[in-house]
Design a protein around this ligand. Structure first.
Ligand SMILES: Nc1ncnc2c1ncn2[C@@H]1O[C@H](COP(=O)(O)OP(=O)(O)OP(=O)(O)O)[C@@H](O)[C@H]1O
Length: 718
């Protein structure tokens, strides 16, 4: 993942330009130190010298995944050999980032003298059949062929769901708003109050409102109680300083992590009219769709600061006021609308007909209809999408924000050049990514919508997750509060548990691979390092992952099982709570040595339960690591005792932080380096032999597990 990219220490073969940049950076750092010494910086707080305390975050680079496919390059004998760890600079083929050719890869010898040739010839590598430890029968290595990672056939299922929202009733504002006459006048003029009623004119209404004792006991300020406001205040307003219409209330419908925002057309807060239609691509039989009601109250409508201070002893009100003052939307209520998609219907179907749906906590109701229409299972092509923005670049190609032409739904589309992955011997990993995504069904894993291919490229269409990477948020904030770290760890634990239940090891947990959705829930992405078919305690031996997150058994080349993922969960929790991974060192071999030998240290005052959990997860002996006997072991730890896993599973907790996302089109959480690029699907003219093309058979996915190798014409869009 490359957004918010900063200089990368772990890439090897750094160019002259990069080295120059680093020197410049070093000079800048020196200058900064000088400035700090002379008191020119007052915004940076001093940090402890303690090794486990947080250094300036900007000294921690984006962590680069390393992908090496041999078991023989990793083993290091403790202590005497500890300085001979393979590093990305010397010995580990990064696979994705390496400039080496595949034949270099075959005969590579690292600086420690460990040969990296795994016994497979170059033809095997070129066809993606690489990796492994042929000498060790107990070890399951990357000898998987494309047939092993290709999905079994499953019944076809896909369609289009149309949701019509007619109106809503009974909503209210969660806080009183100011009754300043100027503002009220503007507000009341800005919406259609209630065309059918015999309401007095705006002026009359304003004057009658200002004569009311609306202060609710507060003599000094004239306020309109949230409940009362509902009858007068339009649902959509223009503010004194603007001409734009803003909804005070809106709601979102979420299906399979694709979100539609429904804003009112007219009416007052207690009596809204929507008249909106939204269509969703259905590729999985999910049991419900999620409806959330949110308030977007401009801070100009809030009572004075003095009022806020004297009335914020209630944590609920305080939280709401904080959010409004920080321009955040307030979650008011939600409802999981049950869906019965479990039918084999070749014809259209009405699931709800003008149904009034009451929200969970009784804060209003909505009138809706839901229709389902089965789709014709044809393979998609790039022509089915409008390309909107570039949002990121992976090692194999770019990721674009796109809009599907028929449903108008916004997705992330990852385009991968076939010839490139073949040349990097990454066919198996790429197929594994698609297979895992197609099989997995977990609320905290980015949902796959479709895959298709052209003669030159593979395409993956995913739900567009627009709250930004966890890495980005952690960088900005330094560290997270205990409850926020716990929330993310719990959702990730569920995601990893699901993968393990499918016999998949994830292998690359880190903040860079975790996205936040529009509400602030976790969406794990980048499944390019997944290892499939890992039953029980079965071991594999491929040296891959991210240096800071490598588990000791992986470094020691002893073979590793699913339990490595629990180590990485521990590293991530530690990083979220302190700002740095536990054994972080700029020098990679030193960091590996620390991972194997250094005691685990905690800052003073570290939460007792968190400490105990981390000691369990970061146990160097995989057999004694918490989670060795399954995820339940971790779930029942005291650190999570306040959590209902059932509720968590349904996204039932309101996330502690909501990223600033205005709509499904919003790309403000993505690096401008990408978003300012022209979104084009570049033309390539690679020749791929029939046998190479055959490896990609079964790639195509439109909600069914398999549409074979169907090749779309692959016209490039300009
Ligand atoms: N579903 C998504 N929604 C929003 N953004 C996404 C999505 N998937 C990927 N991205 C963005 O695109 C970037 C690259 O994606 P990704 O990491 O999957 O590519 P990759 O080639 O596998 O990367 P890597 O080189 O790290 O393996 C990510 O950093 C992320 O910012």
């Amino acid at each position: 993942m490359y957004s918010w990219k900063i200089a990368n220490k772990f890439r090897f073969g750094r160019s002259k330009e990069e080295k120059e940049k680093e020197k410049d950076k070093e000079r800048e750092r020196e200058k900064s130190k000088d400035k700090e010494k002379h008191g020119l910086f007052h915004h940076k707080s001093h940090r402890s010298e303690s090794p486990y305390m947080e250094p300036p975050r900007d000294s921690v680079d984006r962590k680069e995944t390393i992908v090496a496919s041999t078991s023989s390059i990793a083993p290091v004998r403790l202590s005497s050999d500890v300085n001979k760890f393979p590093t990305t600079n010397s010995s580990i083929s990064t696979g994705r980032d390496s400039q080496r050719t595949s034949s270099d890869f075959n005969n590579m010898t690292d600086s420690t003298g460990y040969a990296s040739n795994n016994g497979f010839g170059s033809s095997a590598r070129n066809s993606g059949l690489y990796g492994g430890d042929p000498g060790n029968p107990n070890v399951n290595d990357e000898t998987t062929s494309s047939h092993d990672v290709m999905p079994e056939s499953e019944p076809l299922f896909s369609g289009i769901m149309t949701i019509k929202v007619y109106g809503g009733e009974g909503f209210k504002l969660p806080v009183p708003i100011t009754s300043n006459v100027q503002i009220l006048k503007k507000l009341l003029q800005s919406g259609v109050i209630n065309p059918s009623s015999e309401d007095p004119s705006t002026d009359e209404l304003v004057s009658s409102l200002s004569q009311l004792d609306l202060s609710g006991g507060n003599e000094e300020e004239n306020l309109i109680d949230g409940d009362l406001a509902t009858r007068f205040i339009p649902a959509t307003i223009t503010l004194p300083s603007s001409t734009d219409l803003n909804p005070l209330l809106y709601f979102t419908i979420e299906f399979d992590n694709t979100v539609a925002t429904i804003e009112p057309e007219s009416g007052t807060i207690s009596h809204l009219s929507f008249n909106k239609i939204s269509t969703f691509d259905v590729t999985r039989k999910l049991p419900f769709l999620k409806i959330d009601i949110l308030a977007r109250i401009p801070s100009i409508l809030l009572p004075s600061k003095a009022w806020q201070q004297s009335n914020s002893s209630d944590p609920y009100i305080r939280d709401i006021l904080d959010r409004i003052n920080n321009n955040q939307d307030i979650h008011l209520d939600s409802y999981n609308l049950p869906l019965t998609l479990d039918f084999d219907s070749a014809t259209s179907f009405r699931l709800y007909n003008h149904q009034w749906v009451s929200l969970e906590n009784g804060n209003g109701k909505l009138n809706i209809s839901v229709d389902y229409k089965p789709a014709t299972n044809r393979a998609l092509s790039i022509d089915d999408f409008d390309l909107l923005k570039v949002i990121g670049k992976g090692s194999f190609g770019k990721v674009m924000q796109v809009k599907k032409k028929d449903t108008n739904k916004v997705y992330a589309l990852k385009a991968i050049r076939k010839s490139y992955i073949v040349s990097k011997s990454e066919v198996v990993h790429t197929l594994a990514e698609r297979t895992v995504l197609a099989r997995v069904d977990n609320p905290f894993i980015v949902p796959l919508k479709f895959t298709f291919q052209s003669p030159d490229k593979l395409y993956i269409v995913l739900a567009f997750i627009n709250g930004g990477e966890l890495f980005y948020h952690l960088q900005r904030e330094g560290r997270f509060s205990l409850s926020r770290a716990r929330f993310y760890a719990a959702e990730l634990l569920c995601a990893l548990e699901t993968l393990h239940n499918l016999d998949v090891i994830y292998r690359d947990l880190k903040p860079e691979n975790i996205l936040l959705d529009h509400q602030g829930h976790i969406a794990l992405c980048d499944f390019g390092l997944c290892k499939l078919n890992m039953k029980g305690q079965e071991k594999t031996n491929t040296f891959c992952g991210t240096p800071e997150y490598l588990a000791p058994e992986l470094l020691l080349g002893q073979g590793y099982s699913k339990v490595v993922d629990w180590w990485t969960l521990g590293v991530l929790l530690y990083e979220m709570m302190t700002g740095l991974p536990p054994y972080y060192d700029e020098d990679v071999p030193k960091m590996y040595k620390k991972i194997l030998q250094e005691p685990l240290r905690f800052p003073d005052g570290f939460d007792k339960d968190a400490k105990d959990l981390l000691i369990g997860l970061l146990s160097r002996d995989p057999k004694r690591r918490l989670g060795f006997n399954g995820a339940d072991e971790i779930k029942s730890h005291a650190f999570f005792s306040q959590l209902s896993w059932k509720r968590l599973w349904t996204k039932g907790y309101i996330p502690p932080y909501k990223p600033p996302v205005m709509s499904s089109l919003d790309t403000s959480n993505f690096d401008q380096e990408f978003t300012k690029e022209l979104p084009v699907d570049s033309v390539v003219n690679d020749y791929l032999s029939e046998s190479v093309q055959q490896q990609f058979g079964g790639w195509t996915y439109v909600g069914s597990e398999q549409l074979g190798s169907s090749l779309a014409p692959g016209r490039s869009v300009r």
